[in-house]
Write a protein that binds this ligand. Structure first.
Ligand code: ZN
Ligand code: ZN
Length: 135
């Protein structure tokens, strides 16, 4: 995710409106929040935005273990180090499915979720920042 994003940023020097400070800046991070893609110009803006969400939403999914998004809905499942957070029951079942694939395949597919996450992010970045987008 980060590697892909850094590479994309380096090539394109993309700017967007920061979700927190509302300034048009070169964005540093993108987070999917409540199925909306939000751009942040700095880690500080992202952290502050998340703190605000905490105040607004209370207990929520801070980072879905499957799709990495932040969501008001929180589904938890017991994991090795405490509870694992998911944004929805759908992500939970997909995650569970992946895990069962991994254990059946002897761990050879363990890189699968990360790879999927990267390609999802790349597709999002391209779709948003391509100058060819017309309205
Ligand atoms: Zn900002
Ligand atoms: Zn999710």
């Amino acid at each position: 995710f980060v590697a892909c994003f850094q590479e994309f940023k380096r090539v394109n020097g993309i700017t967007a409106t920061c979700e927190y400070c509302r300034n048009e800046r070169i964005i540093k991070d993108v987070k999917r929040i409540s199925s909306k893609d939000c751009c942040f110009c700095s880690d500080a803006c992202k952290t502050l935005f998340c703190q605000e969400l905490e105040g607004k939403w209370g207990k929520h999914c801070r980072s879905c273990a499957y799709c990495l998004s932040i969501s008001k809905t929180l589904v938890t499942a017991p994991g090795d180090d405490g509870d694992i957070e998911f944004c929805s029951a759908a992500c939970y079942s997909k995650h569970k499915m992946l895990l069962s694939h991994v254990s059946r395949g002897g761990g050879s597919h363990s890189a699968q979720p990360a790879v999927e996450g990267v390609s999802m992010t790349c597709r999002f970045l391209r779709s948003v920042y391509r100058p060819s987008r017309r309205s």
